[in-house]
Design a binder for this molecule. Structure first.
Ligand code: G3P
Ligand code: MG
Length: 229
């Protein structure tokens, strides 16, 4: 079962920072999940719409310049990372899930990700793009058919696996609160990988492993490694 550091190893290091990503890999995670916004045409890594919880800045992420965002402290002296820095520093055998919280232009977003892959050499097959905004995912898949899409949902979809099918998804990313064993089995039979968030409790880790879930997003990759060993 894949262990993906949710916002990096975000229990022990400031979330969505290069330090948290490096720590996740040091804790032997198989990869990481990051949250992203597009600002001034560049993709930056941060979870909230507002800067206040995770940085020393103020106001909305999208109402500031890239220069301002990059001047902030995102915890322990870490900066808000550029997505390019993640591509440049993540080991090439790691899995990278880019969750889109916001984008301003689909074409330039795709161009930025593609150029990031090219410059860094990070393999496209290790990349999964997800979002709660399925309209964006649909447009991305249409413009970039070979990219892996993660159908992300916080609810138990009424139409079963229909939404993942519509997105030609590679994987289903489901909330721990709503996932059940029958749905996991159904998704796996349909050829989808099943990833569950956010899984920090050892008992949940063991339960999902017994369901044959393909991966978990966890804030504590070190605990997951021990529990799942
Ligand atoms: O991508 C899985 C998970 O990160 C989605 O929820 O709010 O933690 O980004 P959130
Ligand atoms: Mg996320």
């Amino acid at each position: 079962m894949w262990i993906l550091g949710h916002r990096g190893a975000s229990k022990a290091a400031p979330e969505n920072t290069l330090a948290a990503f490096a720590l996740a890999m040091a804790q032997q995670a198989h990869g990481i999940e990051i949250d992203t916004y597009q600002v001034d045409g560049k993709i930056v890594v941060i979870h909230d719409r507002w800067l206040n919880r995770t940085t020393n800045g103020d106001g909305m992420v999208t109402s500031h310049s890239l220069d301002y965002l990059r001047s902030l402290d995102a915890g322990h002296g870490e900066r808000i990372p550029l997505m390019q820095e993640v591509f440049d520093t993540l080991p090439h055998d790691a899995l990278l899930n880019i969750e889109i919280k916001h984008l301003s232009n689909i074409e330039s977003w795709i161009a930025d990700v593609k150029s990031g892959l090219r410059i860094s050499g990070f393999p496209q097959q290790n990349l999964i793009i997800s979002s709660f905004n399925h309209r964006w995912l649909r447009s991305i898949k249409h413009a970039w058919p070979e990219v892996k899409i993660g159908a992300l949902t916080a609810t138990y979809p009424e139409n079963g696996l229909g939404f993942a099918d519509d997105l030609s998804a590679y994987s289903l990313h489901m909330a721990l609160d709503v996932v059940d064993e029958g749905y996991v089995t159904e998704a796996k039979q349909a050829g989808l990988k099943v990833l569950v968030y956010t899984v920090d409790h050892p008992q949940d880790m063991k339960m999902l492993k017994s369901w044959d879930v393909d991966g978990i997003f966890t804030n504590v990759p070190d605990i997951a490694r021990d529990v799942l060993a």
